[in-house]
Design a protein around this ligand. Structure first.
Ligand SMILES: [Zn+2]
Ligand SMILES: [Zn+2]
Length: 397
């Protein structure tokens, strides 16, 4: 909620007057909510269209891809002249055309590799229009860590499912994954952590009719959630378009699920990641935890170097795991497949202590967790927020 409640102008009172006729409706909650939309494809377009019509003013849109001609059959926000342009930026511009008062920040990025956990923590609710399990699994874990609700949508043919996952309240998305899902997930990454192939995005058969149905349910759930009403928590609304059958599935909690973890204590640092070294952060954590034995844990593993087992040649990388394709593996000198070295954190290595956080291959506005026998503490590198969120960084929780 914002610090001050603004009185809405008369025009706005008129604009939303039909919505206000709903007895429980609170336009102010909609106005002030911060929404992270991941994916600006078929579902993402419909999510954003609904959010704009309802009067949501604070929106971040994450998508890596550019618009292709195939998107035009399922994307209300894109025009033929937009082909080749960023989906996120184009969707943001279209959003502002529908709702000029809105602050919309496009982020052209891969959600798993390029977005800090600060972006998740910024949002009151996360809406996903994703087309692959890997990004959903990442989103699920990030949402749990940062204690944020997320609403998933999935479509294929004329069928679809919408579901709501609340942190701290299993079953979660990972709990719903079966053996086949894990096989598909495992196939993506080779055993040496280099990426086999980019995921075949946009190949799933979908229609604009099913994306509007499922995205409609997702946004409706978001509105209910923001009003504190009961939602499809840990459940899925399934719609089958051929027979117009719909039903709600109950998922079962997996007691061994790795997603069920929420970071307890998060401290927002005013520094930017370019102004903070690992050594400085470890020193600060040791003081705050009152314990010298501190390990800094990154939000994701990074590949720091590839080493040739045959000729010994080394090459430094510092990129997130998943960012290097399999074709990067062979040694440039002798052709042998190199060994991937990864870092999951900082234990005081001298060569890393002077490295600033922006030179690790981690995204801006990320979280770093400090662990010691005395407890744990998480730092959000909030000094990066303006670079990532633009004017939305002024919209405080
Ligand atoms: Zn779970
Ligand atoms: Zn070599």
């Amino acid at each position: 909620m914002p610090e001050t409640i603004r009185i809405e102008p008369a025009e706005e009172q008129d604009r939303y007057s039909r919505l206000r006729l709903i007895p429980w409706w609170d336009q102010q909650r909609i106005r002030s909510a911060r929404v992270l939309v991941i994916g600006a494809g078929a579902l993402g377009n419909e999510l954003l269209k609904n959010l704009a019509l309802l009067g949501f003013l604070n929106i971040v849109i994450v998508d890596l891809d550019a618009i292709e001609v195939t998107n035009l059959s399922r994307a209300i926000l894109f025009r033929p002249s937009d082909i080749g342009h960023s989906k996120a930026a184009t969707a943001a511009r279209a959003y502002r055309e529908l709702l000029p008062e809105a602050r919309v920040q496009p982020v052209q990025a891969n959600i798993m590799r390029d977005c800090g956990l600060g972006l998740f923590a910024w949002a009151d609710v996360i809406l996903c229009g994703l087309d692959n399990r890997e990004a959903r699994l990442w989103t699920n874990r990030a949402a749990w860590k940062t204690n944020r609700p997320w609403i998933d949508g999935a479509i294929e043919g004329v069928n679809g499912v919408a579901r709501v996952f609340l942190p701290g309240n299993p079953p979660c998305y990972e709990c719903t994954l079966g053996k086949t899902d894990w096989e598909i997930l495992d196939r993506r990454m080779s055993c040496n952590l280099l990426l086999h192939e980019p995921h075949p995005s946009g190949r799933v058969p979908t229609t604009p009719t099913i994306s509007s149905i499922i995205a409609g349910i997702q946004v409706q759930e978001a509105v209910k959630l923001l009003h504190g009403m009961p939602v499809l928590a840990g459940k899925g609304y399934v719609f089958e378009g051929l027979q117009h059958t719909s039903y709600v599935v109950d998922y079962t909690e997996n007691p061994d699920c790795l997603s069920h973890y929420t970071l307890e204590k998060v401290i927002h640092l005013q520094e930017q990641s370019s102004a903070l070294t690992l050594g400085q952060l470890q020193y600060r954590a040791a003081r705050e935890l009152e314990n010298e034995d501190v390990v800094l844990e990154f939000s994701r593993d990074v590949i720091d170097r590839l080493v040739c087992p045959k000729c010994g040649a080394q090459q430094e990388y510092f990129v997130p795991v998943g960012a290097l394709p399999y074709s990067e593996g062979p040694c440039t000198h002798c052709g042998a497949m190199r060994i991937v070295h990864t870092l999951s954190g900082f234990r005081g290595q001298a060569e890393l202590a002077v490295r600033t956080l922006d030179r690790l291959g981690l995204p801006l506005f990320d979280f770093v967790t400090a662990r010691s026998p005395a407890g744990e503490i998480t730092y959000c590198i909030a000094g990066d927020a303006p670079s990532v969120l633009g004017t939305l960084s002024e919209v405080r929780p």
